[in-house]
Ligand binder design. Structure first.
Ligand code: MLT
Length: 456
C-alpha cells in the first residue's frame, strides 16, 4: 500500500524529468526497514534533503539572538554605554602562570626538537593525569586518566554525546535548562514537534521552580538519559549529596544514564556540596560528567574542557546486551576530533600547579564577589533572588509580573544593561531573568546603580 502511494504520488523530478521506479522505492523502503507497513512518504528522490529536525527548533540559539537584539539597540543608540551581563562569558585575562605555560607551549612548537604534530585525540597524558589527580583523587574519587577525554568545550560535548546513544532514547531535562541540551536533543531527532506551550513531544521535562527550590523531582515517566547540571545554569542552585544520591539510585534502578554537567563546580563555596557526581556511591555505573576550564580559569576563548566516562558505565543494544559506553565515545572522539592544541593543553595543566591553583582561586573569588554584589543589590531593591552563592549566576524574579523578554527590553532601554531572559531557558523560566557575574567589577556596580533608578 505504501509502495502504491509512493508510486502514485511520486512527482517528476524537476532536474532529470523522470519518476523514480518501483525498484527504487522498494530498495529505499527496505533500507529504511519500512517496506511492509510504513506511512513513510517521499516524493521523487532527486534532491538533497535537510535534517528536518532543525525545522522543529522555534527560535535561533538563545545567546546569538540576544546578541542580535543588543547590536540592533546599539546601532539605533550610538554612544550608549551598554553593560553586558547576559552570556556567561568571562572578562578577566588568563593568569600569569597559565599564560606563561601557554607561551612556553607556543615556543616549543617553533623548534624542531620540541615541535608537535597531531596529539592524542583524547588529550595529552600530562593533562589527563593532572585532572585525575587534582579534580578526583584529591577529593577521594577514583577516576583514572584513561577515563578522561580532553575536548574543546562542554557545550560541544553535552551536544555531541547524544550521537553515541540511540535515537529511540527518551531524554529528561530540567525546565528551565541550559538550551544546548534541549536543542541538541531536537536536532538529533529524539523528539516530536514543539507544542504551542513551548514543550517538545517525547522530552520528559522536570520543572524547577521556587516550590522545589529549583531542584528537579524524580520523573514519573522513566527517561533513558537524564541531563543534570549543578551548580545549575541558569538558576545558580546546587545539589546536596543526598539529592544526588536519589538521582544515582534512580538511574541504577531504571537503567538510565545521567549526563552530569559540572562546568561550574569551581564556584562551589560550601564544603558539604559535592563537586562531582562521582563522589556519590554507585555513580560510576550510571553517569558521564562534563567539566570545563572556561569558567574555572578563563578559557572561554582559549577552549579546553573534559568529559569523564567511567570504565564501568554500560548501556544496551537492541537485543538487551550490555555495551560499554567509553569505547563508543573513544571511537567517536578519535574519528571526529583531532584534539585540543598542545599549547592550550599545556596552559590547562598549569591550572593544577601550586601557583596556578592560587591564581585561579583569585579569579573565582572575583566573580563570586560580583555575584554577591548583584544578589545583595537586587535584594535590597525588593527583587526576589536565587543562586549566586555557589554559582556565577543570579536568578531573579522580574517585578510587576513583567515577562522575561519585557524585562529584558526594559533593562536594555532604560538602564542599558543586558541580561538573559529566563524564558529563553524554557517555559518555566518565564517571569525570571538571569544575571551573569562575569562582568568587570566596575560595570557590575554601575549596572546595579542604574537598576536602582529604574521606574515602573
Ligand atoms: C551561558 O551563558 O549560559 C554560557 O556562557 C553558555 C555556555 O557556556 O555555552
Amino acid at each position: 500500500m505504501i509502495l502504491n502511494k509512493l508510486l502514485n504520488t511520486s512527482k517528476y523530478c524537476p532536474i532529470n524529468n523522470k519518476k523514480n521506479t518501483k525498484e527504487y522505492f522498494v530498495s529505499l523502503l527496505t533500507l529504511k526497514g519500512q517496506y511492509k507497513n510504513s506511512n513513510y512518504y517521499i516524493t521523487n528522490h532527486c534532491m538533497a534533503y535537510i535534517n528536518e529536525n532543525y525545522l522543529k527548533l522555534k527560535a535561533g540559539y538563545l545567546f546569538p539572538e540576544i546578541g542580535r537584539r543588543v547590536r540592533e539597540f546599539a546601532a539605533a543608540n550610538p554612544g550608549k554605554d551598554i553593560i553586558r551581563m547576559g552570556i556567561g562569558d568571562v572578562t578577566q585575562p588568563l593568569t600569569p602562570t597559565i599564560l606563561k605555560a601557554f607561551h612556553d607551549g607556543v615556543e616549543e612548537m617553533g623548534h624542531k626538537s620540541t615541535f608537535k604534530g597531531y596529539g592524542p585525540e583524547q588529550g595529552y597524558d600530562f593533562l589527563r593525569e593532572a585532572i585525575a589527580e587534582n579534580d578526583y583523587k584529591l577529593r577521594g574519587v577514583n577516576i583514572s586518566a584513561d577515563e578522561i577525554f580532553v575536548s574543546d568545550g562542554s557545550k560541544c560535548d553535552t551536544g555531541n554525546i547524544q550521537e553515541i546513544f540511540g535515537d529511540n532514547n527518551i531524554i529528561a531535562i530540567c525546565d528551565p535548562v541550559y538550551p544546548v541540551y534541549a536543542d541538541t536533543t531536537v536536532m538529533s531527532g529524539k523528539t516530536g514537534a514543539c507544542q504551542a506551550n513551548g514543550y517538545f513531544d517525547n522530552i520528559v521535562y522536570m520543572p524547577c521552580n521556587e516550590a522545589n527550590g529549583f531542584i528537579p523531582e524524580l520523573p514519573a515517566t522513566r527517561p533513558d538519559l537524564i541531563f543534570l547540571c549543578f551548580p545549575n545554569n541558569p538558576t545558580g542552585t546546587v545539589a546536596t549529596k543526598e539529592v544526588l544520591k536519589l538521582w544515582v539510585d534512580y538511574a541504577i534502578k531504571n537503567k538510565s544514564i545521567i549526563l552530569y554537567d559540572a562546568a561550574y563546580e569551581a564556584y562551589i563555596t560550601e564544603d558539604t556540596i559535592p563537586h562531582s557526581i562521582f563522589e556519590i556511591e554507585g555513580a560510576k555505573s550510571v553517569a558521564i560528567e562534563f567539566r570545563s576550564f572556561s569558567k574555572t580559569a578563563g578559557f572561554t576563548g582559549t577552549r579546553c574542557a573534559f568529559t569523564v566516562i567511567p570504565n564501568e558505565l554500560f548501556a544496551y543494544d537492541l537485543k538487551g546486551n550490555q555495551v560499554a559506553v567509553k569505547p563508543l565515545w573513544m571511537r567517536r572522539h578519535t574519528t571526529k576530533f583531532n584534539g585540543v592544541s598542545y599549547p592550550v593543553q599545556k596552559a590547562a595543566a598549569a591550572i593544577y600547579s601550586e601557583e596556578g591553583k592560587k591564581e585561579v582561586k583569585g579569579l573565582i573569588a572575583y566573580y563570586l564577589e560580583n555575584a554577591r554584589i548583584i544578589r545583595e543589590s537586587l535584594s535590597a531593591l525588593g527583587y526576589t533572588v536565587f543562586g549566586g552563592i555557589n554559582a556565577p549566576y543570579v536568578w531573579v524574579k522580574t517585578k510587576n509580573n513583567l515577562t522575561s523578554w519585557k524585562f529584558f527590553d526594559k533593562l536594555l532601554n532604560d538602564a542599558n544593561v543586558v541580561g538573559t531572559p529566563g524564558s529563553g531557558f524554557g517555559p518555566a523560566g518565564e517571569g525570571y531573568f538571569r544575571f551573569s557575574a562575569f562582568a568587570d567589577r566596575e560595570n557590575v556596580i554601575k549596572a546595579m546603580a542604574r537598576i536602582k533608578n529604574l521606574t515602573y
